[in-house]
Design a protein around this ligand. Sequence first.
Ligand SMILES: *[C@@H]1O[C@H](CO)[C@@H](O)[C@H](O)[C@H]1NC(C)=O
Ligand SMILES: *[C@@H]1O[C@H](CO)[C@@H](O)[C@H](O)[C@H]1NC(C)=O
Ligand SMILES: *[C@@H]1O[C@H](CO)[C@@H](O)[C@H](O)[C@H]1NC(C)=O
Ligand SMILES: *[C@@H]1O[C@H](CO)[C@@H](O)[C@H](O)[C@H]1NC(C)=O
Ligand SMILES: *[C@@H]1O[C@H](CO)[C@@H](O)[C@H](O)[C@H]1NC(C)=O
Ligand SMILES: *[C@@H]1O[C@H](CO)[C@@H](O)[C@H](O)[C@H]1NC(C)=O
Ligand SMILES: *[C@@H]1O[C@H](CO)[C@@H](O)[C@H](O)[C@H]1NC(C)=O
Ligand SMILES: *[C@@H]1O[C@H](CO)[C@@H](O)[C@H](O)[C@H]1NC(C)=O
Ligand SMILES: *[C@@H]1O[C@H](CO)[C@@H](O)[C@H](O)[C@H]1NC(C)=O
Ligand SMILES: *[C@@H]1O[C@H](CO)[C@@H](O)[C@H](O)[C@H]1NC(C)=O
Ligand SMILES: *[C@@H]1O[C@H](CO)[C@@H](O)[C@H](O)[C@H]1NC(C)=O
Ligand SMILES: *[C@@H]1O[C@H](CO)[C@@H](O)[C@H](O)[C@H]1NC(C)=O
Length: 464
Amino acid sequence: MAWAMKLLYIFLLLCPFSHALLSLGNTINSTDELALLSFKSMVSSSPPSLPGSWNSSSHFCSWPGVVCGRRHPDRVVVLRMVSFNLSGHISPSLGNLSFLTELNLADNQLMGGIPGELGHLGRLRLLNVTRNHLDGSIPVTLGGCTKLKVLDLSANRLQGEIPWPLDSLPSIKYLFLYKNRLSGDIPPSLGNLTNLQNLQLKENMLSGAIPSSLGMLSSLSLLSLGFNNLSGPIPTSLWNISTLMLLSVQHNMLSGTIPPNSFNNVPHLQVLYMDTNNFHGPIPASISNASSMVDFQLAHNYFSGIVPPEIGRLRNLIFLQLNWNLLEAKEPKDWEFITALTNCSRLKILGLSGSKFGGVLPDSFSNLSASLTYIDLEDNQISGSIPGSIGNLINLQILALDINLFTGSLPSSLFRLKKLVVLYVDYNNLEGAIPMAIGNLTGLMIYCSIQMPLALQYQKHLET
Ligand SMILES: *[C@@H]1O[C@H](CO)[C@@H](O)[C@H](O)[C@H]1NC(C)=O
Ligand SMILES: *[C@@H]1O[C@H](CO)[C@@H](O)[C@H](O)[C@H]1NC(C)=O
Ligand SMILES: *[C@@H]1O[C@H](CO)[C@@H](O)[C@H](O)[C@H]1NC(C)=O
Ligand SMILES: *[C@@H]1O[C@H](CO)[C@@H](O)[C@H](O)[C@H]1NC(C)=O
Ligand SMILES: *[C@@H]1O[C@H](CO)[C@@H](O)[C@H](O)[C@H]1NC(C)=O
Ligand SMILES: *[C@@H]1O[C@H](CO)[C@@H](O)[C@H](O)[C@H]1NC(C)=O
Ligand SMILES: *[C@@H]1O[C@H](CO)[C@@H](O)[C@H](O)[C@H]1NC(C)=O
Ligand SMILES: *[C@@H]1O[C@H](CO)[C@@H](O)[C@H](O)[C@H]1NC(C)=O
Ligand SMILES: *[C@@H]1O[C@H](CO)[C@@H](O)[C@H](O)[C@H]1NC(C)=O
Ligand SMILES: *[C@@H]1O[C@H](CO)[C@@H](O)[C@H](O)[C@H]1NC(C)=O
Ligand SMILES: *[C@@H]1O[C@H](CO)[C@@H](O)[C@H](O)[C@H]1NC(C)=O
Ligand SMILES: *[C@@H]1O[C@H](CO)[C@@H](O)[C@H](O)[C@H]1NC(C)=O
């Protein structure tokens, strides 16, 4: 025991001395250096670039990822360590870097919570910790970073509610909280963040209604709320945000209609995802006013009525997915939208499956954009023959015509479709032989119902 006490005594004696020796000529008297060293002590990286290169052989202002100010040469203004493969925890001491304007630790493997001390950073304009493994809740204190323009906490494991007072971030332009485990309501006070341009809350567990106050965000161009558990309607005020380019609410429990004039004030809207919800009612003719539309997805809802021919005025349309609704066509005039769509020369994807489309496809069908790669008409009540000139759609890769009432034989022009890889024609009333040209379509898979003569003939064809 006595010798152990002696050892301890010697250690205590030597320790301060050795410390002084080590720090000779490099007295740490800067808060910022202390804060950085504390940060360093709580992380490691692999390969071990960080702890190694942040050492006393150079001033901390020249450490990798650290930028000091021009007017305040000893104060850290930027800490940017994107994809440094850092693991460990974020040190609360970063809250002492009081001149910090940018903190970007994106794309690492940091875990634990976001320290509330970061809320002391009154000069911070950018805080980005996307793609880490951070958990816990979003600190309420972040409301103290009143200069924030960019707050990106996405792709972590954050829980709890979206806290207040995040609405005290008057300058915020980009607020990304997507891909976390946030729950509770979308706070109505977000509508007070008048500079907000991009609000991304998708892929969380948010519930309740979309607050109508979001309609006050007059600079908003991207609003992404998909893959949550939101209910109620899309507030009419949202259709009044004339700067909107993307509105995505897919995969929620939303209901209600698209009011008649909804598309009159969204001239820049390029992407509208409303798929997989409980929306009902018609697709309004005012859609023609959303003239920038590129990607229009309404699948898996209860939309009804005819598809308005006005949709053909969306000249930039590439993706049109209306699958699995209650949309209908009975008479030739109900198919006018197909003729109108022939003007959409960029159209690549056309999904009309699982609805109540009946009657005969118009001849103009073959005049649809030659850019089309995918046409899905599965599970409707379409009768008559498959348009003879369908071979004009030379870029088709997937064509699904199954579960309909098509009659006649497969048009031989089908086999001009050199890129076709999947052709579904089963569960129809088709007959006749498979055109011999089929032998030229290498890689094609045809799905026919086994009860049907067509399939038998295909079998025979394969055997010969
Ligand atoms: C420590 O602080 C003093 C007074 O502020 C300053 O003169 C000195 O240069 C500083 N030393 C270091 C190593 O930063
Ligand atoms: C940060 O500042 C607080 C209070 O000013 C102080 O107690 C703490 O020691 C500092 N931490 C570091 C690592 O500098
Ligand atoms: C990142 O670190 C992990 C271990 O923490 C290691 O397995 C991986 O290879 C590293 N990745 C890179 C790109 O260095
Ligand atoms: C100290 O950091 C420099 C780069 O800043 C590096 O070249 C050197 O190898 C490091 N020294 C140690 C002992 O890790
Ligand atoms: C955050 O940083 C990552 C990596 O640099 C980047 O991909 C992402 O766009 C940034 N977020 C914002 C909102 O700028
Ligand atoms: C917006 O801010 C005003 C003034 O601070 C406040 O009265 C109002 O309740 C806020 N709106 C919302 C939706 O929180
Ligand atoms: C979604 O919200 C409903 C109530 O609106 C609730 O009954 C249900 O459990 C929620 N689902 C999930 C996955 O949170
Ligand atoms: C949409 O904007 C118009 C004109 O700015 C306004 O009269 C109307 O009340 C707004 N509608 C909604 C639902 O906010
Ligand atoms: C397009 O918008 C204008 C102006 O708001 C409106 O008068 C017109 O009726 C709209 N078009 C359609 C087809 O609803
Ligand atoms: C296609 O556009 C032209 C020019 O705007 C127009 O005259 C024509 O009626 C349109 N065709 C269809 C089928 O809508
Ligand atoms: C298809 O387009 C061709 C060439 O533009 C035109 O002559 C023909 O009338 C169109 N057919 C239909 C059915 O619209
Ligand atoms: C199959 O391709 C060959 C060579 O390209 C061509 O000569 C032949 O006419 C084609 N057969 C049919 C039935 O299209």
